[in-house]
Design a protein around this ligand. Structure first.
Ligand code: AMP
Length: 584
């Protein structure tokens, strides 16, 4: 296969990617990089995350940058702020040996003034969410005169998230002779429209997803409250009596705390961290290798270089900040053809991290329920029974003691004897888990999809007059929230204001994040319009609004129709709104 040098990349970039451990270009890199470097063709890349597409468009964009010109030359659009940050981080890493280059991420929900300041200093590559990018263009801060390429990353996601109008606006304002690259996992009709309208002389590149995560590994996550994390860990260990694995922690101190607690409670565990002397480290590793220890509680740094093929589990006591680190951790299991399990213990606010890892590493997680006390007792009991059945009996050694044993236990029936024997070992679990609570927290955001009980009705001071559509509202919300896994309920757009229903858990965050932001030249104001959305709402201008008394929300009348409308709940980002034939 090609090496990076063969693709036409210069030494500064080849060195940087080899420092990152990239030895061979992925298929999309092998195809895209030479095309971008040597031709003016537009590129349509049908590729998911996990294919290496960021480097595919990032490396040539860096190489083609005129570092003597501070003006923006490449705009990369991506659907969420996390992705913007991730892409810009990746590009900064690739360009570490390139002097004079500046990569800047711009996204909603964060001070536009600071981003304007940064842009004024000059950034040749701007990575932005569509709404914020358009805003900066409209303010004349992001100048388009020198734009040579526009890259749409995860274009299908951007459309689903309601950024269609923003994309149109950006693509039509950027110079016509630019190179346009569009990467997307799927090709919905709307995308075809974009490609037809804005792209010319298109080369289509289609690559399958490459799984960068270890094969033979099941990725599982368990959701608990942060305060129950340790309890959850114990239950996961208890439901797997033959576990042999590494528990990854963030800090040295955490490894020691967890290891101490576990060993005090009778688990076979010890810590491995940078505070240990070489002799202590060798001792711990020696015991772990020979299975004298079942669990090694380690930091990422300390666990480097551990190559044991038989590990059954890797447990992320905390998820790492970088998806790549998760991939490294999980790759410690499932080796040499063995099957492995990589577990993440998360709280409800960390679901996004799981999604980020899935996107970045091309792996899929399944959610598992934290076992209940009963389930654990059952598993432990059968495991104990199995162990008793399989145990090696050294008759010669036992023989001399048997008369006394018969004397002491002779009165017990076979049945009773079994009960006594099993209980001797098993009582610890029974008493520990007696009346134990359920540690699972439901992912309410997910489970509430069918109901609006958890929704608040919010007022926003923009409407049709400001070119607000349901899709643009979705885009605005998506762009200003960290979390794209939210639900939005009914949307009512009137002439100068609108209402929408939103998961109450994130409503406050959204209000804070959007208030004071600008949309089409208007400063946004949001507030909670009422408590829970009413099941049967009256027509426009109806009681809900007039009872507020403060504003005269005379609507432009779409109200009567709504009575018969079915409530339309969707995940933030679903396109159902836009496809609907309703007049908004
Ligand atoms: P992406 O699809 O751009 O999000 O990349 C997915 C992951 O693959 C990231 O963690 C990259 O750091 C990694 N990656 C990209 N290109 C290569 C390569 N040529 N060799 C190894 N890893 C790569």
């Amino acid at each position: 296969m090609n090496k990076f040098t063969d693709l036409g990349l210069n030494k500064a970039l080849v060195d940087a990617v080899s420092d990152l451990g990239f030895e061979t270009p992925t298929p999309i890199q092998a195809e895209t990089i030479p095309l971008l470097l040597d031709s003016n063709k537009d590129i349509l890349g049908l590729a998911q995350t996990g294919t290496g597409k960021t480097a595919a468009f990032g490396l040539p964009s860096i190489q083609l940058t005129d570092v003597n010109n501070k003006q923006t030359q490449t705009i990369i659009l991506s659907p969420t702020r996390e992705l913007c940050i991730q892409i810009s981080k990746d590009l900064i890493a690739y360009s570490k040996n390139v002097k004079g280059i500046r990569v800047l991420a711009v996204y909603g929900g964060s001070s536009i003034e600071n981003q304007m300041k940064s842009l004024r200093k000059g950034a040749q590559i701007v990575v932005g969410t569509p709404g914020r990018t358009k805003d900066l263009i409209n303010r004349g801060i992001l100048k388009l005169g020198n734009i040579e390429r526009v890259i749409l990353d995860e274009a299908d996601e951007m459309l689903t998230m309601g950024f269609k109008d923003d994309l149109d606006a950006i693509l039509s304002k950027t110079p016509a002779e630019k190179q346009t690259l569009l990467f997307s996992a799927t090709m919905p009709d709307e995308m075809l429209r974009i490609t037809k309208k804005y792209m010319h002389d298109v080369v289509e590149i289609k690559v399958a997803k490459i799984n960068l995560g270890a094969k033979n590994v099941d990725h599982q996550y368990y959701m608990a409250q942060a305060k129950d994390r340790y309890e959850a860990l114990k239950r996961i260990v208890d439901i797997n009596p033959s576990i042999y694995g590494i528990v990854f922690c963030r800090t040295r101190r955490e490894t020691t705390t967890i290891a101490n607690k576990l060993s005090q409670e009778g688990y076979s565990a010890d810590a491995l961290n940078g505070d240990l002397s070489q002799a202590q480290r060798d001792d711990v590793m020696g015991r772990f290798r020979t299975r004298g220890l079942q669990l090694l509680i380690a930091t990422d740094v300390a666990a480097r270089g551990i190559d044991i093929n038989e590990l059954t589990h890797v447990i992320n006591f905390n998820l790492p900040d970088e998806p790549e680190i998760y991939t490294h951790r999980s790759g410690r299991t499932g080796r040499a053809g063995n099957h492995g399990i990589s577990v993440a213990i998360i709280n409800t606010r960390e679901v996004n991290k799981i999604k980020q890892i899935e996107r970045k590493s091309g792996i899929s997680f399944t959610q598992h329920m934290i076992p209940t006390g009963d389930e654990i007792c059952q598993t432990q009991l059968y495991s104990l029974v199995d162990k008793i059945g399989k145990i090696h009996v050294d008759s010669a050694q036992i023989e001399p003691f048997l008369p006394t044993i018969y004397e002491k236990l002779g009165d017990l029936t076979k049945n009773d004897l079994i009960k006594h024997l099993v209980s001797a070992e098993f009582n610890r679990f029974l008493s520990y888990y007696k009346n134990s609570k359920d540690l699972n927290v439901s992912n309410k955001k997910r489970s509430s999809r069918k109901t609006a009980e958890n929704h608040l009705r919010l007022f926003i001071n923009i409407g049709k007059k400001d070119n607000l559509t349901p899709a643009r509202l979705l885009g605005l919300i998506n762009e200003n929230l960290d979390n794209s896994d939210f639900e939005i309920g009914k949307i009512d757009i009137f002439k100068t204001f609108s209402f929408f229903e939103l998961d109450e858990k994130i409503a406050e965050t959204l209000i804070e994040s959007l208030t004071g932001e600008e949309f089409e030249g208007r400063t946004l104001a949001l507030e909670v319009a009422s408590g829970k959305p009413s099941r049967r709402r009256s027509n426009s201008g109806g009681s809900g609004r007039s009872s507020r008394g403060k504003r005269d929300y005379k609507s432009n009348s779409s109200g009567g129709r709504r009575d018969n409308k079915k409530k339309n709940h969707r995940k933030g980002g679903s396109s159902s709104n836009r496809r609907s034939k309703k007049k908004w």
